[in-house]
Design a protein around this ligand. Structure first.
Ligand SMILES: Cc1cc2nc3c(=O)[nH]c(=O)nc-3n(C[C@H](O)[C@H](O)[C@H](O)COP(=O)(O)OP(=O)(O)OC[C@H]3O[C@@H](n4cnc5c(N)ncnc54)[C@H](O)[C@@H]3O)c2cc1C
Length: 485
């Protein structure tokens, strides 16, 4: 099959998860000229991707509904949508919808339905197509991009957007021996794998962040009554989100810290000040967040890598907190004496008949412990494109269309998201959004960050083809800051 959209400006979006679907939505909503949009996505439904494909009602978005509207200009849009559509989709809306954290499957339905709405209301000559396949190969020329999918479909477009999301790491060697064990769950998002663990007495949960929260919520919903042993390398444990006000803008009136060490000491000092004043430290990440992009872009690679090595775990546990409802489940389990957590390094897992033996290194030494089942809750998000085995990623790298970012996170691109080729050429018709931009922007994965990126990207694309439309053409740090706030 050959699809050619020569008459209208044609845009191929590769990956129809959250970022890809939202980019299409923003293009369709804003375009005053006809567009031909093709989304290449193997999943049946657009807008869900990895995060919003879960079918478990206890897997919640990790913030209040009031911050996750798809339209920053209408902050209560999601809340109204939930009030009107929640019950019909199996969710009983609580009295305070704005403060509640809806299930992720429902959020995916919101994104999907809003994309459908944008398609219905688009310019009458615009076309929209979902090609249900995976991109296999891409060849770029200055005014044309050719994409071939795994089922042989060829798509030609004036430009392309890479919205591939994050890739899961291969199973690590410590886990290989139990990969096929019926009581080993490689992640907490496979309902069948959790079903097999319900009658266990002792579960090992590797990882203590948001994936662990999903695992506990999923097991509790199934009626599991056994114990959880949660381990993480540094012994940190996910925090529940409280309704804290943003802390004072403590980075505003000074030169931005240029090193990871200087940043840490500024943050520590502010945290002490907050504690002394009896405030809540949870306001701190809210004050830091608008500075993440300028801090990251001002830092050199040595400092970025230092941050990645030494501060990333602290930032993740501070910034990525669990929904209060999920945290409530966790706290109940702890109060019942059914969950322990501590610092330990997993050295290996081996089969012991129906059980699994874990070799753990703790501060006390190395020991083997027996468990009835194991859930890997590390998330295993692989950001280093050089290590991703996905054939399309490899083909993009091998063909020189993209180049790994110098930090090892994602790919090289301009601050606006235009991809830079292996030869250092800036593709003016090939951009990226979301996870591939981690090396360029660091925090590039949450709903609010991707919402800002999708708006800016759509406006940039439209500005190229409709110069009369007054839109920002440059995604500068200050423009992004406004969008992020
Ligand atoms: C479990 C989980 C929960 C999360 N919860 C939250 C939350 O509560 N709040 C929040 O702000 N953020 C959350 N996030 C962050 C999340 O990353 C973003 O919200 C968002 O879902 C990411 O969108 P994306 O489009 O980048 O990736 P995805 O939505 O995963 O989309 C990527 C898509 O690309 C497709 N694809 C891959 N390769 C190809 C190919 N070769 N050809 C065509 N298509 C391809 C995939 O099938 C996939 O659908 C969560 C993330 C995860 C993993």
């Amino acid at each position: 099959m050959h699809i050619d959209y020569c008459a209208k400006h044609s845009i191929a979006i590769i990956g129809g998860g959250f970022a890809g679907a939202l980019t299409a939505l923003k293009l369709l909503d804003r375009a005053e000229v006809p567009l031909a949009i093709t989304i290449i996505e193997p999943r049946e439904e657009l807008g869900r991707g990895v995060a919003y494909s879960t079918t478990e009602p206890v897997h919640l978005v990790n913030g209040p509904a009031e911050i996750f509207s798809l339209y920053p200009e209408e902050p209560d849009h999601l809340v109204r949508w939930l009030a009107e559509n929640g019950a019909a989709n199996g969710w009983q809306p609580p009295s305070d919808i704005a403060a509640s954290s809806p299930p992720r499957y429902l959020y995916g339905t919101y994104v999907r339905d809003e994309l459908n709405r944008a398609v219905r209301e688009a310019h009458s000559l615009s076309t929209f197509r979902h090609v249900r396949s995976a991109a296999a190969k891409l060849i770029s020329a200055p005014h044309k991009i050719s994409i071939t999918t795994t089922d042989g479909t060829m798509i030609e477009a004036d430009e392309a957007v890479l919205a591939l999301g994050v890739f899961q790491a291969e199973l690590q060697k410590q886990e290989a021996a139990v990969a096929s064990h019926f009581r080993f769950a490689a992640n907490p998002w496979e309902p069948a794998a959790l079903d097999r663990l319900v009658d266990c007495g002792e579960l090992l949960l590797i990882g203590s962040s948001l994936s662990m929260v999903d695992a506990v919520a999923g097991m509790e919903a199934r009626g599991y009554r056994g114990k959880y042993h949660v381990i993480s390398r540094r012994g940190q444990f996910v925090e529940g989100r409280r309704a804290a006000e943003a802390a004072r803008d403590f980075l505003a009136d000074r030169p931005l810290p240029a090193t990871a060490r200087a940043l840490l000491s500024a943050v520590k000092a502010e945290r002490r000040a907050i504690a002394t004043a009896g405030g809540d430290w949870q306001g701190l990440p809210l004050a830091i967040r608008p500075y993440v992009l300028p801090l990251w872009q001002a830092a050199n690679d040595r400092e970025r890598l230092r941050f990645g090595r030494h501060l990333r775990a602290f930032w993740d546990v501070t910034a990525h907190r669990s929904a209060p409802e999920s945290n409530g489940t966790l706290q109940n389990v702890i109060a019942e004496g059914r969950l322990t957590h501590g610092a330990a390094r997993l050295l290996g897992l081996v089969r012991r008949r129906d059980r699994i033996a874990a070799t753990l290194r703790t501060r006390k030494g190395t020991e083997e412990q027996l468990f009835d089942g194991v859930i890997d809750c590390r998330g295993h998000q692989l950001h280093d494109w050089r290590r991703i085995r996905d054939p399309f990623v490899k083909s993009l790298l091998d063909g020189g269309e993209v180049h790994p970012h110098s930090t090892g996170f994602g790919i090289d691109a301009t601050p606006e998201g235009d991809i830079i080729s292996d030869e250092g050429r800036i593709h003016r018709n090939f951009s990226a959004i979301g996870h591939p931009l981690r090396g360029v922007a660091w925090e590039s994965s949450s709903i609010t960050e991707q919402r800002a990126q999708a708006i800016a990207l759509a406006e940039r694309i439209l500005a190229k083809i409709t110069p009369a439309v007054s839109v920002a053409t440059t995604l500068r740090a200050d423009a992004l800051l406004k969008l992020f706030s």
